[in-house]
Design a binder for this molecule. Structure first.
Ligand code: GDP
Length: 140
């Protein structure tokens, strides 16, 4: 399988509970390498652009409010089949449906405050990475 990159966000519920290290440990244990990482405060513009695909959904306003409610950690993860591998490590969107051993099973609080984001395909991953990182910030 090819070496890929995927985009990850540790969401405000995770940073608020001091879980950056605990979540990074699960990421690294899965064989993914954190090749870029920074802690930022997302602007409302950035959050609305990032989640534009969900604009028509009833939870869009709540989602944007949540993403700007506190610091987030944005990351680039690299590894074999990184996109699908990270989706597996994250677990289901709704933590009550997430499998044992996943980040969301261990740490997520609700379907909205679910601790992590991961890209759903390599193409979206590339777009999402470019929204937050310039090339020289990614060190593989
Ligand atoms: P993901 O790819 O597993 O993150 O899930 P989606 O792409 O379906 O949704 C994006 C994000 O929107 C999720 O991670 C949640 O933070 C949020 N979200 C999804 N469904 C709901 C919902 O029913 N209510 C709320 N408040 N947020 C939701």
């Amino acid at each position: 399988m090819a070496i890929e990159r995927t985009f990850s966000i540790l969401k405000p519920d995770a940073t608020a509970r001091n879980l950056t290290g605990a979540i990074n440990a699960l990421i690294e244990q899965a064989g993914l390498r954190i090749v870029a990482q920074k802690r930022i405060r997302m602007t409302r513009d950035q959050a609305e652009t990032f989640y534009a695909v969900h604009k028509a959904r009833p939870f869009f306003g709540e989602l944007v409010d949540f993403m700007v409610s506190g610091p987030v950690v944005v990351q680039v993860l690299e590894g074999e089949g990184a996109v699908l591998k990270y989706r597996d490590v994250m677990g289901a969107t709704d933590p009550s449906k997430a499998a044992d051993g996943t980040i969301r099973k261990a740490h997520a609080q609700s379907i909205g405050e679910n601790s992590v984001h991961g890209s759903d395909a390599p193409e979206t991953g590339a777009i999402e990475i470019a929204q937050f990182f310039s090339g020289n910030e990614i060190v593989g």
